[in-house]
Design a protein around this ligand. Structure first.
Ligand SMILES: [Mg+2]
Length: 145
């Protein structure tokens, strides 16, 4: 089935490593590494996720591309998403997690956990597919329900 929507994509740069390096310099120049331990960075990340959630709070469902949002609301969204990413990358750095590699590994695991031929069009969690296999001897279930 073809998707008539134009495909959205990111810019090629900066990379995760570029952002990590820029944020590392930003913190070092301000002598903030004394505060940027993993636990504090996690709490800051959660706070920024809260600020991101506030933008969506009480609005009901929102369409892809946010066609009903004002330019100012979209700017706030760009800021909060960026805050989340900056803290996420700094947390990964301080935990010595090579996030670009880790995310590829995790996506490979997700693909094994959710094989296309078993889960297409379904929103069930992977644990529910195991139960289905034991409960029925037939093929994969189609769709949620
Ligand atoms: Mg913020």
């Amino acid at each position: 089935m073809s998707d008539p929507r134009p495909e959205f994509c990111f810019s090629d740069s900066p990379s995760m490593e570029d952002i990590r390096r820029l944020q590392s310099r930003f913190a070092a120049e301000r002598d903030w590494n004394q505060f940027h331990q993993p636990r504090n960075l996690l709490l800051a990340l959660v706070g920024e996720v809260g600020e991101l959630a506030e933008l969506f709070q009480w609005r009901g469902e929102v369409s892809e591309g946010l066609p009903d949002w004002t330019p100012s609301q979209k700017e706030s969204l760009r800021h909060e998403l960026s805050d989340v990413l900056i803290y996420l990358l700094e947390l990964a750095e301080k935990c010595h997690v090579d996030l670009p590699r880790a995310v590829l590994t995790k996506m490979e695991l997700n693909a094994k956990k959710y094989p296309v031929d078993r889960v297409q069009g379904s929103a069930k969690k992977y644990t529910e597919y195991g139960e289905e296999e034991q409960a029925s001897s037939g093929g994969p279930q189609q769709g949620p329900g």
